[in-house]
Design a protein around this ligand. Structure first.
Ligand code: 5RP
Length: 264
């Protein structure tokens, strides 16, 4: 791998543990002012010191993150649809590689919609983005998006989508945790991080999800709602870090979460 590409990836997936806790705050690109992300700066600022990387759009980066930050940026460069439009899958490249270079990002993120009428469009766009990324040394994170069809999240579908993204040259992939997740990991030659999905019922559910994903081979999380929609987002991200970087158990993470939350 080229030096620049490797250096950027190493900033995100930490070499001492081989893992990462990415903070996803890109939701507004199709959801608008989603709950607890109405004011992005307010949500992002206190969490930034605990994130190994932050995933967001250029608009939120420019308006809501201090350019003095040392946290690596993963720039969402796909979009063009909305939650009230005809199809969530109808995404294209919305931010150029030139802009990504200007913003000094460590990676760009692009969603693919395998199995939808926009499969071809999103896969070809991903491949083109990867070609440009190779030229500039910028890794591409492929996101195996499912839109509103959450029931698609099974090992058969996710293995297919992740493998296709890896074959097209994605350097790492954001996907969902599912039953038999090890099958998704085993058939994918590049690292996987998991999304958190919609907010789970209890903090323990989030720790269990994180723990299971790590045990079955994910290199980390790229999590949003289950962190910043929590009543204790800073305690939450630290407890997740405990599992990802320190191999903590669900119980140990919960213990840390409860002690940090009691300090507030
Ligand atoms: C959709 C996305 C999201 O915008 C986001 O990053 C998901 O994070 P979470 O599910 O943890 O809130 O990637 O495909």
């Amino acid at each position: 791998m080229d030096w620049g590409m490797k250096n950027r990836l190493t900033r995100i997936i930490k070499p001492d543990t081989g893992r990462t806790v990415m903070l996803a705050v890109d939701h507004g690109y199709f959801l608008g002012p989603i709950t607890k992300l109405e004011n992005p700066r307010k949500t992002i600022e206190p969490l930034l010191p605990y994130a190994d990387a932050i995933m967001l759009t250029r608009g939120v980066l420019r308006t809501s993150v201090d350019p003095g930050t040392s946290t690596p940026i993963v720039l969402r460069v796909s979009g063009g649809q909305s939650i009230v439009g005809p199809s969530l899958a109808d995404e294209e490249i919305i931010t150029s590689m030139r802009e990504a270079v200007r913003l000094n990002v460590s990676a760009v993120a692009f969603s693919i919609y395998v199995g939808t009428e926009y499969e071809h469009q999103t896969l070809v766009n991903l491949a083109e983005l990867i070609d440009e990324g190779e030229e500039y040394g910028i890794p591409v994170l492929a996101v195996t998006a499912v839109g509103k069809e959450l029931e698609k999240r099974d090992a058969r579908y996710l293995s297919l989508a992740c493998r296709i993204a890896a074959e097209l040259g994605a350097k790492f992939i954001k996907t969902y945790y599912c039953e038999d997740f090890e099958k998704v990991v085993d058939s994918c030659p590049v690292p996987l991080v998991i999304a958190g999905g919609p907010k789970l019922e209890t903090p323990r559910d989030v720790f269990q999800l994180t723990y299971d994903a790590i045990q079955k081979g994910a290199v980390g999380v790229d999590m949003g709602r289950n962190i910043w929609q929590s009543d204790y987002p800073i305690a939450m991200i630290q407890a997740i870090r405990h599992i990802v970087h320190k191999n903590a158990s669900v119980e140990e993470a919960e213990e840390l979460f409860n002690s940090l939350k009691a300090q507030k």
